[in-house]
Design a protein around this ligand. Structure first.
Ligand SMILES: NC(=O)c1ccc[n+]([C@@H]2O[C@H](COP(=O)([O-])OP(=O)(O)OC[C@H]3O[C@@H](n4cnc5c(N)ncnc54)[C@H](OP(=O)(O)O)[C@@H]3O)[C@@H](O)[C@H]2O)c1
Length: 254
């Protein structure tokens, strides 16, 4: 997998899976655009990437829930590099709650996990058609069935919508030579659980507990998921579009 001469835009590149993917793309010679709200964290990731391939990533601090920020990501990418080859819609937050917890959580989950992927992909589409590029959306096993031990209704709905977005946009763009696929992780060791409002202790209990439940006896590392993202966005996956790839240590089997 060689991403030399490829421009790769990653949202949620400041942490977890997005940060791991950034470093992995850098090691494969990609030119990177790193997006997130936490500028200091983005700078750290960018430093590691630059150390790996001597190419300075473009950092775009942006809150994806603000349309002007999303517009800025596209403008800066094209202004700086003139093109995009791969878009990784990875940013996401685990909004918790149930049916009686108010509609606000639904709005927040869709605003963070679904709407930016739609808007960013649509704005980049004319540029992706030019390069015959591709999109990888980072969804979740939560798109495919409810999470049993955590009330996660808003999150599950937002990721299920993202999966249908993957399939519909893949079909629409297939004749234009643009592929769109999804990576759907199960439990993965990142700050995601804490970002969803759990304490550090609760987060480590959740990760430990998952190890006993998952058939392979472990949770995934960010790099495991990043590896699949890279594969799907590479030329090796040239015959794959509209596919939903689960990576969950067997979670969906039990
Ligand atoms: N970890 C898991 O167990 C797991 C399982 C299934 C699916 N996933 C999915 O994997 C993806 C990556 O999550 P992760 O596990 O790596 O968690 P993470 O470490 O918490 O990373 C989440 C990323 O999303 C970014 N983000 C969140 N809200 C944003 C906003 N409004 N604007 C811009 N960026 C925003 C964060 O950046 P800033 O804070 O800098 O804005 C951060 O870089 C998510 O879509 C998540 O739903 C994770």
């Amino acid at each position: 997998m060689d991403f030399c001469d490829k421009v790769v835009v990653i949202t949620g590149a400041s942490s977890g899976i997005g940060a791991a993917a950034a470093l992995m793309y850098a090691k494969q010679s990609a030119t990177l655009v790193l997006v997130g709200r936490n500028e200091a964290a983005l700078r750290n990731v960018a430093q590691d990437c630059e150390a790996a391939n001597k190419k300075k990533p473009l950092i775009v601090p942006a809150d994806l829930t603000i349309d002007d920020h999303v517009n800025k990501i596209v403008a800066k990418t094209i202004e700086t590099f003139g093109k995009i080859d791969v878009l990784v819609n990875n940013a996401g937050v685990g909004y918790r709650g149930g049916i009686t917890d108010g509609i606000e959580l639904y709005d927040k989950a869709m605003a963070t996990n679904m709407r930016p992927a739609y808007l960013l992909t649509s704005l980049f589409t004319p540029h992706l058609i030019k390069t015959k590029g591709n999109v990888v959306n980072v969804s979740s096993v939560a798109a495919l069935r409810p999470i049993k031990d955590i009330e996660f209704l808003p999150y599950c709905i937002s990721k299920a919508a993202l999966d249908m977005f993957t399939k519909c946009s893949a079909l629409e763009l297939s004749r234009k030579g643009v592929r769109v696929n999804s990576v759907n992780p199960g439990g993965t060791k990142t700050p995601f659980v804490e970002a969803a409002g759990f304490s550090k202790d609760q987060a480590s209990q959740i990760h430990e507990g998952r190890k006993d439940i998952y058939p392979l006896g472990k949770v995934a590392q960010s790099e495991d998921v990043a590896d699949l993202i890279l594969y799907l966005s590479s030329d090796r996956a040239r015959s794959i579009t509209g596919s939903i790839y689960v990576i969950d240590n067997g979670e969906m089997l039990v």
